[in-house]
Design a protein around this ligand. Structure first.
Ligand code: SF4
Ligand code: SF4
Length: 64
């Protein structure tokens, strides 16, 4: 099953991926405001719903 991955070099820390509930099961988070968003890989089920909601195109699905 693929998992979402956020490229930390592309993430603009805009918060849209989690503040706007881009992930229906809320497994995208950020440790603090200065850090890029990250995905909890053990809980992501690879639906891909978050990908188009990132304006920076920082989220991809990749094989787990
Ligand atoms: S929506 Fe994209 S750019 Fe914004 S915090 Fe999430 S991963 Fe980073
Ligand atoms: S692929 Fe689906 S489950 Fe995984 S982080 Fe994105 S929206 Fe959430």
């Amino acid at each position: 099953m693929p998992k979402a991955y956020i490229d930390p070099a592309k993430c603009q820390k805009c918060a849209k991926c989690y503040a706007a509930r881009a992930c229906p099961i809320k497994v995208i988070f950020r440790i603090d405001a200065d850090e890029p968003a990250i995905v909890e890989p053990n809980h992501c089920h690879g639906c891909g719903d978050c990908i188009e909601k990132c304006p920076a195109h920082a989220i991809i699905l990749r094989p787990s």
